[in-house]
Write a protein that binds this ligand. Structure first.
Ligand SMILES: Nc1ncnc2c1ncn2[C@@H]1O[C@H](COP(=O)(O)OP(=O)(O)OP(=O)(O)O)[C@@H](O)[C@H]1O
Ligand SMILES: [Mg+2]
Length: 205
């Protein structure tokens, strides 16, 4: 069985972390060796960068914002993801490079070709085998996230920004229908987990 690299994408509060946890339980139940990680974060460097990126007190311009995400991602790929895949573990990552294309590209307006070039360098060209896009009206997602407490720096951005991000994700999915599984994130967690497991079983075997 070939280890897979699976990523979860979607707006704030779409249910990514919920589904990553559910998938980990399903993989464990099926005896599939796996590793869970997230972006930004997943390494000591990434965790430090994450605190900077989410700090509501900081102003960060779009390009340095992209570079900070890329720094976290480059370290995560080198230190965690590639070694795990090499050990034969399926890797599940909560956000990956599609988030940079959607947020810093479609959302902030940085040129997509530049983001793609730098991302290729940062990741050594590592791309997911499967990307689950949890698609949701950003107003609903922000409401869900707000129920958790103080908004972080990105949750504070305006609705027009989050709407561009959503369209960005959908455009990426339309470009690569074989890689993306797009799900309506207003479904229940059980329904989503079941659709994800069905899509994955086909790929694991
Ligand atoms: N399918 C769902 N339907 C309704 N509520 C959900 C669903 N999935 C998760 N939630 C709830 O929505 C909130 C956000 O979920 P979660 O943290 O999994 O989203 P996320 O995509 O990881 O968010 P973030 O982008 O902020 O990390 C939580 O309170 C969670 O319990
Ligand atoms: Mg989350």
């Amino acid at each position: 069985m070939k280890p897979l690299f699976i990523t979860f994408e979607g707006p704030e509060g779409a249910g990514k972390s919920t589904q990553v946890t559910r998938l980990a339980a399903a993989l464990a139940g099926a005896g599939v060796p796996h590793l869970l990680t997230r972006e930004p974060g997943g390494t000591p460097l990434g965790t430090t960068v994450r605190e900077v990126l989410l700090d509501p007190a900081l102003t960060i311009d779009p390009f340095p914002e992209f570079l900070l995400y890329s720094a976290s991602r480059a370290q995560l790929v080198a230190e965690v993801i590639r070694p795990a895949l090499k050990r034969g573990e399926t890797v599940v990552c909560d956000r990956y490079s599609d988030s940079s294309l959607a947020y810093q590209g479609a959302g902030r307006g940085l040129p997509e070709a530049l983001l793609r070039d730098l991302t290729r360098e940062a990741t050594g060209g590592l791309r997911p085998d499967l990307t689950v896009l949890l698609d949701l009206d950003p107003a609903v997602g922000l409401q869900r996230a707000a129920a958790r407490g103080q908004p972080d720096r990105l949750e504070q951005a305006d609705l027009a920004f989050h709407t561009r991000v959503r369209q960005g994700f959908l455009a990426l999915a339309a470009e690569e229908p074989a890689r993306f599984l797009v799900l309506d994130a207003t479904q229940t967690p059980d329904q989503l987990a079941s659709s994800i497991w069905i899509a994955l079983e086909g790929r694991l075997n």
